[in-house]
Ligand binder design. Structure first.
Ligand SMILES: [Fe+2]
Ligand SMILES: [Fe+2]
Length: 265
């Protein structure tokens, strides 16, 4: 099974650039063309939040139009740059197959890997949030399948990743989430976005990973003293490959013109 994860699309209205500089619609289109020619083809694409930049319906509808160019099914969860109601209105079809008490939580079944999408947002809040209702919902979902390999996907990483966007923005309820996660040894990954950098961290018996963005890469500052900045880069995305050996292997793909290939011989 091949699961593609794209994150932090930050789509704005047609004809505009995000924050005046980042051509995010163009980047997303290039990434989609790249994904559409992958062999084998992905079973599905997960978009892990920050679909829009300014939470508007026009932006979400623009994102729908772009994402509909994917050849395979895709699924969406919100980030802190999204409005749940707006996403629900724009993505009225199978991209959001379920909701729980107004939050965009759902489980994708009938694949070799079970995929549980959790809404980690709280309106008007930058950081992550897990309320008791969401935690109870997640634990109930996990209890339904104790053996099947499972991925949890959500926007905010619940780890302290050593960069401002994770550590300063924070994640209310992270320790409560961790206490649930460590009960289930079948959780292969918790895959997230938000920090616009690819990272991997061991956490409560599983691995939390974050995806690169669609071309607004966080300026890496491990001193956590500089103001948040981003660089215009080629778009990147994750390919989570559940192999015939039953291992989940994660690759990071970058969409750009590279010189090569050259032979190793
Ligand atoms: Fe983002
Ligand atoms: Fe975010």
């Amino acid at each position: 099974m091949l699961i593609v994860q794209i994150s932090d699309l930050h789509i704005v209205e047609k004809g505009q650039k995000t924050l005046g500089v980042a051509p995010m619609a163009e980047n997303l289109s290039k990434a989609i063309a790249h994904i559409n020619q992958l062999l084998p083809q992905p079973d599905l694409v997960l978009a892990t939040g920050d679909i829009t930049n300014n939470l508007t319906l026009a932006e979400a509808e623009h994102a729908v139009q772009l994402l509909n160019e994917l050849n395979c099914p895709y699924f969406v969860i919100p980030g802190n740059h999204d409005n749940r109601e707006v996403l629900l209105q724009a993505f009225s079809g199978p991209a959001i197959p379920g909701c729980f008490e107004g939050m965009i939580n759902y489980t994708i079944e009938n694949h070799p890997v079970r995929l549980i999408g959790v809404d980690s947002t709280k309106p008007n809040t930058v950081g992550g949030h897990m309320c008791q209702k969401r935690l109870d919902w997640l634990e109930a979902q996990l209890n339904e399948e104790l053996k099947k390999p499972t991925i949890i996907f959500m926007h905010h990483p619940p780890v302290k990743a050593g960069v401002l966007e994770a550590d300063y923005d924070g994640f209310v309820g992270a320790s409560e989430l961790g206490a649930i996660v460590e009960k289930f040894t079948n959780i292969e990954r918790i895959i997230c976005g938000h920090i616009h950098l690819p990272t991997h961290t061991k956490w409560h018996g599983t691995i939390v990973s974050t995806a690169p963005s669609m071309g607004m890469q966080l300026g890496l500052d491990l001193t956590m003293t500089k103001p948040s900045e981003f660089y215009l880069t080629v778009p990147g995305y994750q390919i989570h490959h559940y192999t015939k050996h039953h291992d989940l292997v994660t690759h990071t793909a970058y969409v750009g013109n590279m010189d090569g290939p050259y032979s190793f011989a």
